[in-house]
Design a protein around this ligand. Structure first.
Ligand SMILES: Cc1ncc(C[n+]2csc(CCOP(=O)(O)OP(=O)(O)O)c2C)c(N)n1
Ligand code: SF4
Length: 476
C-alpha cells in the first residue's frame, strides 16, 4: 500500500504535465470542474492498486480529451463515443490489460450509447467511469441526454421540455437491469462526503476489473460551473438540491462475488494460423513474386458484372479483380448490395489498372458481363462505344445496336449440361472474359478460383472446368 498522501500529486499522475503545451503544472480544467477531482481519485487509486503498468486510460472526445497530459499510464484518445468499442478490442487482444473507459454524458449517453450498452451487455472486463455533468461541456453547454427536465442549456433556452426531448436518460438504472454487468453505482463529486463515496466506488470497480470479474459502471454526478453559469460552490449545491433527487446516488448492483473471473477467448497470435484464417493471404498478395508479366492495359479497364442475386455475380467480379491483382494490377471491387440480393438484380463494379484506381464505381464501362435480362437492359447503355458485352443467351434476348462488340454464350446451359451444376455459370462467363480480354493470363484466373474456393476441392475442379468451357465457347 502506498503511503497516505495529504498534499501533492498521486503517483498515478506525471510529476509535471510536460505534455500540456506551455503550462506544465496544472490541468486545463475550469475551477470547480468535476473532471479535475475525478482525475485525482483515479490517479491515486490506480497507483494504490498497483495497476499503473497495465492500465490503459481511454480519453474520450469532450473536455477530458486531454487526459493523456496527466496520467502516468498508457492513454489513448479515441473518436467520440467509441471508447467501449476500443476498450473491447484492447481487452480481447490482451486480456491482461486493464481498461478505463472514461466518458461524458454526451459521449456515453448520446453519440456512443450503442457501443456502451453493447459492451455492458457483453460483460466486457472493463471499468466505465461516466461523468454526468448534464451538458456538453466542451462545446459550450448544449443539452445532453441527462439534462434535467426544465433545465436551461444553450440549446434548451426555455428549459428541457420532456414533450420534445423526452426524460433524462437513467443510465445506471438501465445497465443494472442487464444480466452481465457486475457492479453499478451512482455517486457525486460535490462534497467531501460524496467524494469519499465516489473514491470508494471507483476503487471497487478497479478491483473487480483487476479480478477479471467483468463490466463495472460508476456514474459521477459532476459540476460544469462554466456552463451552468454558477460559482463552483453554487454548482455543487445546485447538484445536491436538484440533480441528486432525480438521479439518486446509490449502489444499484454489486454481484461480483457471485462471478468467477472471466475467461476471454484466446486470440490467435501464430503468424501462420493468422495467414491461414485470412484466406490464402500469401496467394492473394503476391506483390513482386508473380512470375507473370503485368498485363498491358492502357488506362483503366472498367467492368460491370450484373445478374440475379444468387447467380454468383459478386463472386464473378471478385474473381476478375483477384486475377488482375495476382498479376500486380491495381484492382478495385465494389459490390451493390441491398434488396437486389433477394432475387432482383445484383451488380458489382471492377476496375483494373496499372496505376492507382481513380473511382471504384463503374458508370461508363469497357466491359459488361450480363447474366439476366434486367441487367443487360440496365447496363448495356452504359457501355462505351467499342466496348465489350458478354451475355448469357439462355436468360437474355438482345438486339445489338451495333455500337459494341457482343459475345453471347449459353453459359447457364453449359454449366447445367456439361458441368452438372447451373451455379457454375458465372465461371463459364469468367472463362469467356479471359478468352476475350486476353491481357490477363489464364493461370491468374485459375489461381483466383482456387483461392476463392479454398479447401473445397470438388467445387474448385467444377469451376475450373466451367471456366475452360467458357473459353472454348468463345473460341467456337
Ligand atoms: C463525431 C463528433 N461529433 C461531434 C463532435 C463535437 N463534440 C465535441 S465534444 C462534444 C460533447 C462532449 O460532451 P460530454 O461527452 O458530455 O463531455 P464534457 O465535455 O461535458 O466533459 C461534442 C458533441 C465531435 N468532436 N465529434
Ligand atoms: S467546460 Fe465544464 S466540463 Fe469542461 S472543463 Fe470547464 S467546467 Fe469542466
Amino acid at each position: 500500500m502506498a503511503k497516505k498522501l495529504i498534499y501533492g500529486k498521486p503517483s498515478g499522475f506525471f510529476d509535471t504535465f510536460d505534455r500540456r503545451p506551455g503550462i506544465t503544472h496544472s490541468t486545463h480544467y475550469c475551477p470547480g470542474c468535476g473532471h479535475g477531482v475525478l482525475h485525482k481519485l483515479i490517479a491515486e487509486a490506480v497507483a494504490d492498486l498497483g495497476m499503473l503498468d497495465k492500465t490503459i486510460f481511454i480519453c474520450p472526445v469532450g473536455c477530458s480529451v486531454f487526459g493523456y497530459y496527466y496520467f502516468n499510464m498508457a492513454s489513448i484518445s479515441v473518436p467520440h463515443g467509441r471508447a467501449p468499442a476500443v476498450a473491447t478490442g484492447l481487452v480481447r487482444s490482451n486480456p491482461d490489460c486493464f481498461v478505463i473507459s472514461y466518458q461524458g454524458d454526451g459521449d456515453l449517453g448520446a453519440i456512443g450509447f450503442n457501443e456502451f450498452i453493447q459492451a455492458a451487455n457483453r460483460g466486457e472486463n472493463m471499468a466505465v467511469f461516466f461523468v454526468n455533468n448534464g451538458v456538453y461541456g466542451m462545446t459550450g453547454g448544449q443539452l445532453a441526454p441527462t439534462t434535467l427536465p426544465g433545465q436551461k442549456t444553450l440549446t434548451s433556452p426555455y428549459g428541457r421540455s420532456v414533450e420534445n426531448e423526452g426524460y433524462p436518460l437513467k443510465v445506471c438504472e438501465m445497465v443494472a437491469a442487464l444480466d452481465s454487468p457486475v457492479y453499478v453505482e451512482r455517486t457525486a463529486v460535490t462534497s467531501p462526503k460524496n467524494i469519499r463515496a465516489a473514491r470508494a466506488a471507483l476503487r471497487k470497480a478497479l478491483t473487480y476489473m483487476k479480478e477479471k470479474k467483468g463490466f463495472s459502471l460508476v456514474e459521477f454526478l459532476s459540476g460544469c460551473p462554466v456552463n451552468m453559469k454558477r460559482s463552483a460552490k453554487d454548482t455543487d449545491e445546485w447538484i445536491e438540491k436538484n440533480v441528486i433527487p432525480y438521479f439518486p446516488v446509490k449502489c444499484f448492483k454489486d454481484i461480483a462475488n457471485e462471478r468467477k473471473p472471466k475467461q476471454s477467448p484466446v486470440g490467435i497470435y501464430d503468424k501462420e494460423k493468422v495467414k491461414d484464417s485470412l484466406l490464402a493471404t500469401e496467394k492473394i498478395h503476391p506483390s513482386d513474386e508473380s512470375e507473370l508479366p503485368v498485363p498491358d492495359i492502357k488506362g483503366e479497364l472498367r467492368i460491370k458484372c450484373a445478374g440475379f442475386g444468387g447467380q454468383g455475380i459478386l463472386s464473378l467480379g471478385m474473381l476478375i479483380a483477384e486475377a488482375g491483382h495476382l498479376q500486380n494490377l491495381k484492382a478495385s471491387w465494389l459490390p451493390s448490395y441491398g434488396p437486389e440480393m433477394r432475387g432482383g438484380t445484383a451488380n458489382c463494379s471492377v476496375v483494373l489498372s496499372r496505376e492507382a484506381v481513380g473511382s471504384p464505381l463503374v458508370k461508363t464501362a469497357d466491359v459488361v458481363l450480363a447474366m439476366n435480362q434486367p441487367s443487360i437492359d440496365k447496363f448495356s447503355p452504359d457501355l462505351r462505344d467499342g466496348g465489350i458485352l458478354i451475355y448469357d443467351s439462355v436468360n437474355i434476348k438482345f438486339d445489338n445496336p451495333g455500337k459494341c462488340n457482343v459475345y453471347s454464350l449459353d453459359a447457364s446451359m453449359i454449366a447445367k449440361d456439361v458441368i452438372g451444376d447451373v451455379r457454375c455459370a458465372n465461371s463459364v462467363m469468367l472463362g469467356a472474359f479471359c478468352e476475350i480480354i486476353r491481357s490477363i493470363d489464364e493461370k491468374s484466373f485459375i489461381s483466383s478460383i482456387t483461392n476463392n474456393f479454398r479447401g473445397k476441392e470438388k467445387v474448385i475442379s467444377m469451376n475450373i472446368k466451367a471456366f475452360q468451357e467458357g473459353r472454348k465457347a468463345v473460341r467456337k
